[in-house]
Ligand binder design. Structure first.
Ligand code: ADP
Length: 216
């Protein structure tokens, strides 16, 4: 099964992708993580995309699609969760076309829904491990030792784009560019909204409810 996770920043897509991937033995394409790793490595792509991430704007589609093509070939025939891709209509159509060339298709597009105040709260409390990408929240899911990653001992930091001014921009980008995916995937009959409020475990049960319905 190939499943798209989308929604505003801060809804917990990445955390849910990890839980679901572990339970179902799927691979994850986390576009944000891939881009941040390229930036850290100062690769050709990393240098090109750094400014876009800092500002909270979308990276140009041609750079994103280059990354996706490699991933799709490597993951042919495997279960995949797309986290943070597609983020606009052009990317959604490109994904559909790339998959159909491989005789594959998106099974579901799960759209996470959360109110704006809660989004801003979650993003400003988010902490992030620079070394292994693990995600924490100061109130709902802190690390055991403050400032230190439970997984790898790395230092926890605030992501550069989790500052309030950049958050506002990312929410705008979501409204204008990503939200139209609701209509697109509804038209294909595969859109499934999921309430992203409550604990990680509660949201996880809702997501698994959608995926289990597919097997039933
Ligand atoms: P969040 O979902 O919390 O906003 P991500 O880690 O998914 O965070 O993405 C961070 C940033 O990476 C985005 O604000 C954007 O600049 C860039 N990015 C990620 N995915 C895409 C994409 N599919 N298309 C264009 N830019 C992207």
């Amino acid at each position: 099964m190939r499943v798209v996770f989308f929604g505003p920043p801060g809804v917990g897509k990445g955390s849910q992708a990890e839980l679901v991937a572990k339970a179902m033995d799927y691979n994850i394409l986390s576009m944000g993580d891939i881009l941040r790793e390229e930036i850290r490595a100062k690769s050709t792509i990393g240098v090109k995309v750094e400014n876009f991430l800092q500002r909270g704007s979308l990276v140009p589609d041609e750079l994103i699609l280059e990354v996706v093509d490699d991933f799709l070939l490597e993951n042919r025939g495997k279960g995949v969760i797309f986290d943070g891709f597609p983020r606009n209509l052009h990317q959604a159509i490109a994904l559909e076309q790339a998959l159909s060339r491989l005789n594959e298709a998106v099974s579901f597009a799960i759209g996470f829904v959360l109110e704006r105040d809660e989004i801003v709260k979650r993003l400003t409390q988010r902490r992030y491990c620079n070394r292994c990408n693990a995600i924490y929240n100061l109130t709902s899911g802190p690390s055991i030792k403050p400032g230190v990653c439970d997984e790898c001992g790395g230092e926890l930091t605030i992501r550069g784009d989790d500052r309030e001014s950049v958050i506002v921009e990312r929410l705008k980008v979501y409204e204008s560019q990503t939200k139209p995916l609701i209509e697109y995937y509804s038209g294909l009959g595969i859109y499934r909204p999921v309430d992203a409020g409550g604990s990680k475990q509660e949201v996880y049960s809702r997501v698994m409810g959608v995926l289990d319905a597919h097997h039933a």
